[in-house]
Design a binder for this molecule. Sequence first.
Ligand code: P6P
Length: 329
Amino acid sequence: MTITRYVLNEQTKHPESRGDFTILLSHIVLGCKYVCSAVNKAGLAKLLGLAGETNVQGEEQKKLDVLSNEVFVNALTSSGRTCILVSEEDEEATFVEPALRGKYCVVFDPLDGSSNIDCGVSIGTIFGIYMVKDFKNVTLDEVLQPGKNMVAAGYCMYGSSCTLVLSAGSGVNGFTLDPSLGEYILTHPDIKIPKKGKIYSVNEGNAKNWDGPTTKFVEKCKFPTDGSSPKSLRYIGSMVADVHRTLLYGGIFMYPGDKKSPDGKLRVLYEVFPMSFLMEQAGGQAFTGKERALDLIPKKIHERSPVFLGSYDDVEDIKALYAAAAKDA
Ligand code: P6P
């Protein structure tokens, strides 16, 4: 079962669909294949390091994230199915020229975790898709929507294999690129995250700035008082890799707000929302410290938010600690 056949099967469930989503997705898949190839040969093709260096042919090197951004902007624009693009790499949103406009808005981080490229840690592309509401009068409001309005979300992880994880609102499926075929094959059908996990994932280096509930939660992970075993700490520092492990093995991934950065580090539109969408579709949940992550309404396209996502029961535990703190406040 290739991703193309899978999406076409899904399309038959929506007779009214004209195949626009299928075409859009095929362009996202093309972008992922291109970036996967570029990441895999980065070391050999000297794509690593800063932009501005020149390669043996004297061509200016593009940093992988700059290259990835160009690939996705070109692929999404040329699909003829998008009208607004928001990229982590671009300060402003891209409004597609009217002649090429379609009914979808795509928010994406073309190469998240790119600071890890030089040491070979898994990195990835993260994307979320909104359906435009007012096609005749397209404004930025189309992407300043709560994550629950997304029609699809996913990520592609470039690691030991190239794995694309996707949800269009009816469950989560994982596809692995078969380089010999150049096709993504369904390898993880109907992913469900374990209800409770044995792993917590957070940058403990920020512990001195954490608030009470996060501090208490991590304390309980390390020194459980209910007789259960301590959780293991796993933190890769590349969101796609940490979230992929959480999705498959269970547990909780956290990037809390703290005294130094009250909104945390991760961006709402193209990191928090897509990963929260996937977690809910897989039976988990995602929380900001104040509310359900997908209920958040962003005011700016590069806005940040704290996020706690993963196994349903583990997120419930930290929600209880924040609720207790709010009551005592
Ligand atoms: P820290 C990578 O730079 C990234 O944006 C995410 O992929 C990752 O989860 C986070 O930052 C890691 O941040 O502060 O722990 O190094």
